[in-house]
Structures are given as C-alpha cells and as structure tokens.
Design a protein around this ligand. Structure first.
Ligand code: FCB
Length: 452
C-alpha cells in the first residue's frame, strides 16, 4: 500500500487548456485566421478532417465552464490567448472585441475565486504572419512582443502569472521540421531558425511585460525526459546526453544560462548557418524569469547505435542514435506511462539551473471515454506522487496543472483523443464530470493524496 501524501501549503492546484483547442467561434468578433485554421482544412493533416471551428464552443459557454471549474475546486486555471483574436493581421491595430472576451473570462474566473494563468502563445499564429515567413522570420518575434504588450495592458491588473510560449520545441520541430503540426513545413533549417526566433520572441515579450510592471513571468517548455536504454552502456549514456542537448538544452540554456549549448550551436551552423543569430540576442533571450513551466507526458529512451538513421525529422542531428519504441502500459496516444521520468526531469532542472521555481503547467493522459476513468486517475495519481518525490528531494515545484480540463481538439488527432477530466459530447456540447474530476476535487480539498 502507498501512503497518503500532503503537498506544501500554498501549492497551486489547477487545470489547463489552450485557445484553439477549446474556444471555437473561429469567425466571431473579428478573429482573424490562424495557421491551425489553414492546416486543419488541408486534406490529410488532421484526423478525419476535424477543425477547431466549433471545438468546445468555450467562447460562448465560458460562464458554465467556469462554474464547472469551481465545482471541481480548481484554484487556478491556465488558458491561452488567441493572437488572431487580438490582432487579426498579426500586427497592426488591436481588435478590442478580442480583448473583451478575455476581459470577461478573467473577471468571471476571479468571481469564482480562480486565479487566471495566461499563456500568450499556444501555437495559433495569425495566418497573415505565416504568409510573411512565420517563425522563420525575425520580425515575428517583435510582432509577438507588441501583441503581448497589448494583452498585458488590458489584463495586467488582474492576471498575476504570465507565460510567453507553450512548448516552443513543438512549434519549431513539429511545425517546421516534420510538419505534423501547423504550418506543416518539412525543412530542418527552417525549424532551427524558428527555435531562435521563438526564443527571441520570448525574451522581447519578457522585456516588454517587465517594463510594464509584470511580477511573475515565465515560459512553458516540454523537456524530454531522455534516458539511456542501458545506463551502464557508455554509448547509450552519450546518446542521451546528445539528445538532451539538442532538444532540451537548446531551450533551457539560452533562457537560463545565456547561451546555446555547443552541440546545438554546431547543428544550427551546419543546417541553417548563423546569420539569423545577432550579437545582442543572447542577452535579450536571457532576460530573468520567475518561473519555469514544465509539461511532461512520457519518457524518451535512446541508445547509441552506429548507422541508425536517428530520431526522424523531429530530431535533426541525431543520426547514430536510436529512439526506442514505447513499452509497458501506454495511454491512448501510445505514450509510455512512467511517472519516475518526471521526478528525474525535475531533479535534473534543479541541479543544472538552481533556483528557478518550477510549475508543472501540463500533465495528464488520453484514454477512451467508455467505461470507468480509473486509468486517468491512476496516471495522475502516479505523476503527483512523482512530483511529491521531487519536492521532498528539494526541488522547488510550486503547482500542478492537469491537462486537460475539457476533452478538446487534440491537434493532428482532432477530437479522437480525450484528455479531459470533463467529458464533452461534441454533438450537444453537453459536459459531464468524469470520475477523475470528482477524484481531483478530493485531491485539491485535502491538498494531497489518499492511501492507495
Ligand atoms: C502538449 C500540448 C497540449 C496538448 C497536450 C496533450 O504538447 O501543449 O496542447 O496537446 O500536449
């Protein structure tokens, strides 16, 4: 039997969503098109041709959804702002009706005692900016900072915690290298330029918001919990070190240590050249932050194998490294369930970048909606225990946001994968609390876990 656990006082209990995945209302109130509108309409890109046009219709149903959040006892809610609602052309004049929606949302959250946590970019780039080069264009970084400042100006008096980007690894490598996400390019050089411009966007936005008075600023990364297939095999350990540099430190280091790791620098130079990296960028990108958001779902096992083609288009520069297929219990996404991966990841951040407070900004699992919800409960229970382990070993973890509050549009998987603790019937838009929502309510109420 596993004993009950208590979290530190003030530990933040929340749930997360993202604009394109839940809002719908794709043409309401002056919203412009995003790259996900274009991508989801491109035949063959998203499961069964699903789009975010209607999604969970949260744009119209937010008061009831916030009622459900209060019912579950959420203390905090992480959502993203849709850039194309605020600036339909990506740059230029603000669309006040777009800001009005988030204004109402934030007020409604406060009325129910729920603390809003804002993500400024969760993948829905305005299409007009993609037409001008998207994240391969340096200007996109400045336009992001302008947009961020406009949002802060309206909501900064009522939102304490701001994060710039969600998972820039996905924006860059899924969007520009493998093309399985919008905008769907397959060009590793473009992906590496995108990495830099995303980092620059983050740094410029932190500068803008800090100057405007923001207290708590951060970014959400999805570091891969890279583990050697055999920890006693030197080639496997070396493979894990390289993948860690190319997929994690390529983001951590510029933000938290002011420089790219040498392995990433070599790859960038080889594939994209260094012309897009300007001298003063390192300083901009390393603007101090107050919080690191960590999203974790599954570990990655790698082995050193001469002649292996590497981790495919998502992982340029990994030739000679084999990415092992997931094993053991899997979620409906086919992702390996391994809570210890999260503890290891948190301890590693704590050791390598001491002092940065961490927030788990996403963790959760997709399971089919039929039958009892035990798999999801057990997934979250196991991962909360993993977070608790890290805390008891000295890692400064401030809170946990379950992904996701509602079943929603799971990107290339459309509505086929259900991550919510609240079930959504997409025909009727009826919401039903799953067993995991009731369970999570009791976790929040006792600030911890029961005996298992
Ligand atoms: C993360 C995304 C989030 C959701 C989960 C399952 O990579 O940030 O929007 O799709 O995965």
């Amino acid at each position: 039997m596993t004993v009950g656990l208590r979290f530190p006082d003030g530990f933040v209990w929340g749930a997360a969503t993202a604009a394109y995945q839940i809002e719908g209302a794709a043409r309401d109130d002056g919203r412009g098109p995003s790259i996900w509108d274009t991508f989801s309409r491109t035949p063959g890109k998203v499961f069964a041709g699903h789009t975010g046009d209607v999604a969970c219709d949260h744009y119209h149903r937010y008061p009831d959804d916030i009622g459900l959040m209060a019912d579950v006892g959420l203390r905090s809610y992480r959502f993203s702002i849709s850039w194309p609602r605020i600036k339909p052309d990506g740059t230029g004049p603000v669309n006040p009706r777009g800001l009005d929606f988030y204004d109402r949302l934030v007020d409604a959250l406060h009325e129910r005692g729920i603390d809003p946590v804002v993500t400024l970019y969760h993948w829905d780039l305005p299409q007009p900016l993609e037409d001008r080069g998207g994240w391969t264009a340096r200007e996109t970084a400045s336009w992001f900072a302008e947009y961020a400042a406009a949002v802060y100006q309206r909501l900064g008096d009522r939102v304490r915690v701001w994060t710039t980007l969600n998972e820039p690894w996905c924006s860059a490598f899924l969007g520009y290298a493998s093309g399985i996400h919008a905008p769907g390019h397959q060009d590793p050089a473009a992906a590496l330029k995108a990495v830099h411009h995303l980092l620059l966007a983050h740094g410029l936005a932190v500068g803008e918001l800090r100057a405007a008075g923001a207290q708590t600023l951060g970014i959400t990364l999805n570091p891969s919990a890279v583990r050697p297939a055999d920890p006693d095999n030197a080639a496997d350990v070396e493979a894990a070190r390289v993948v860690h540099a190319l997929s994690n430190r390529i983001f951590y280091d510029p933000i938290l240590a002011g420089t790219y790791p040498p392995e990433a620098m070599e790859l960038i130079e080889a594939l994209a050249g260094l012309g897009h990296i300007h001298d003063q960028d390192a300083k901009t990108i390393a603007a101090p932050i107050d919080l690191l958001g960590v999203n974790y779902y599954a570990p990655t096992y790698v082995a050193g194998r001469k002649g292996s083609p590497g981790g495919g288009p998502n992982n340029p520069g990994t030739e000679g490294i084999e990415f092992l297929p997931p094993t053991g219990p899997l979620t409906d996404m086919g992702w390996q369930i391994e809570p210890a991966g999260l503890t290891g990841l948190l301890e590693q951040i704590h050791a390598d970048y001491p002092g940065i407070p961490i927030m788990i900004t996403e963790n959760g699992a997709a399971f089919p909606h039929t039958g009892p919800d035990h798999d999801r409960i057990s997934y979250v229970d196991g991962h909360l225990r993993a977070v608790h382990d890290a805390i008891s070993r000295g890692v400064d973890v401030r809170g946990y946001f379950l992904w996701s509050f509602l079943d929603n549009f799971e990107w290339a998987e459309g509505y086929a994968k259900r991550f919510g603790i609240v079930h959504v019937d997409y025909q009727t838009q009826r919401r039903t609390l799953k067993e995991s929502a009731h369970w999570y309510r009791s976790v929040i109420a006792r600030n911890g876990l029961e005996d298992r």
